[in-house]
Design a protein around this ligand. Structure first.
Ligand code: FEO
Length: 397
């Protein structure tokens, strides 16, 4: 891609229609992604970020169509992760002395990954780079989402180049927020926040408040993934502030796995009880071995409360449930209630294990959970439905 987005600013990144997972298999990208890089041609010419190394060749070819590489005065690297710096290696082999402006932690990250001693210039929040009439102002964004993350703001054009912040893994030929399917955009934006940024919410609130206190006008927010926010760009800042403040909807999510269906039957009966007690609440049942783990985390993020179910196996829980807790704990969800359930044949430890993991992950237990021997019979069915009804009452908002 190489097209003008405003004034003398060009999008020179790539759309990745085929990618299905990001960071190995950590994050599913059902809708593809893009690596957005930008070229600003003023008195001084600046390239902001590059792209994934799989796109090095096409990236450099497109860049050459826009500018003689030797005329690039500066490169700004907002973040060292490979999806934005993979093509830097090839580019720097062609223009090895070009100064690279980045954070101190980004130098460490780039040296650690590529073992190159490029012409680094370390910048901090408030530092400025003159492009002639206009300036780039740097804003460090540590832990949003890596220690090296940074954004920069172009004066006069009033554009925030936010890198990962405010992005989505979303491939589209139409790159502006007002041109894409708004439902898809919202889902991908929320998934990105829930799965990547939730642990850093307190830092994010402070950083956004710091940026807003500068009273800078925002005509556009140019992210490094997905759409450019040009229609009411502040909407995504407001969304992030809402999500960062222990976000929840009137939703209960039941996540579970099952061996011979008893725990699944329990899940469905508990859901029935919740729905009987509260016709307003959204209830979702997600089988952890069948559902995408990042989609599950998006649903947990939206929930006011969760129920986790597993049968007892080898005195513990099924591995899919244990793996889900690895994610749930790491994402540091706040202000959510929970309980657990599970079937057993003889020893029956799963509910105890689940409760311990819920507490360890920061959830408020509303009761001791429900364990049930073998498949629910008539009495067991009533117990599950009653348990669901009680859970709905205890978590009602
Ligand atoms: Fe898009 Fe943190 O890389």
């Amino acid at each position: 891609m190489d097209f003008n987005i405003k004034g003398n600013i060009y999008h020179v990144g790539n759309v990745d229609w085929e990618i299905e997972h990001y960071q190995g298999y950590r994050y599913s990208t059902h809708k593809g992604s893009s690596y957005n890089a930008y070229l600003i041609k003023e008195e001084k010419n600046v390239l902001i970020d590059t792209v994934n190394d799989a796109f090095s060749e096409v990236f450099i070819k497109n860049l050459k169509n826009k500018i003689d590489l030797k005329d690039i005065d500066y490169i700004v690297i907002n973040h060292g992760e490979k999806d934005h710096t993979g093509a830097l290696v090839e580019l720097m082999s062609l223009i090895p002395d070009t100064p690279i402006y980045c954070s101190k932690n980004c130098v460490k990250s780039l040296k650690g990954q590529y073992h190159k001693d490029w012409n680094f210039h370390i910048v901090k929040t408030g530092d400025k780079l003159s492009l002639g009439d206009k300036e780039l102002i740097f804003i460090e964004m540590p832990m949003l989402h890596w220690p090296d993350s940074m954004a920069c703001y172009l004066t006069q054009d009033n554009i925030l180049f936010s890198n990962d912040a405010f992005g989505q893994h979303y491939a589209s030929s139409a790159i502006y927020n007002d041109l894409v399917d708004q439902s898809e955009l919202h889902i991908e934006c929320l998934k990105y926040y829930a799965n990547i940024l939730t642990p850093y919410s307190p830092m994010l609130i402070r950083k956004i408040e710091e940026i807003l206190s500068l009273n800078l006008p925002f005509d556009m927010i140019c992210t490094s993934h997905g759409v450019i926010w040009r229609d009411n760009p502040k909407q995504v800042i407001d969304l992030y502030l809402k999500w960062a403040k222990d976000y929840q909807e009137n939703q209960i999510t039941i996540i579970y796995d099952t061996m011979w269906d008893a725990t699944r039957v329990m899940a469905e009966l508990i859901a029935k009880g919740i729905m009987q007690a509260d016709s307003e609440v959204v209830v979702k049942l997600l089988h952890l071995s069948k559902k995408d783990k990042n989609d599950v985390m998006s649903e947990v993020f939206k929930s006011k409360a969760i129920l986790v179910g597993s049968p007892t196996v080898n005195r513990g829980v099924l591995t899919s449930v244990a793996a889900a807790f690895e994610l749930i704990k790491a994402l540091k969800f706040k202000n959510k209630k929970a309980s657990s359930f599970g079937s057993y044949g003889w020893s029956g430890e799963s509910v105890k294990v689940l409760n311990e993991r819920l507490v360890d992950s920061g959830f408020e237990l509303v009761n001791d959970g429900l364990k049930m021997e073998w498949m629910p019979d008539e009495e067991g069915t009533k117990l599950c439905i009653d348990f669901g009804e009680e859970f709905a009452k205890e978590t009602k908002i």
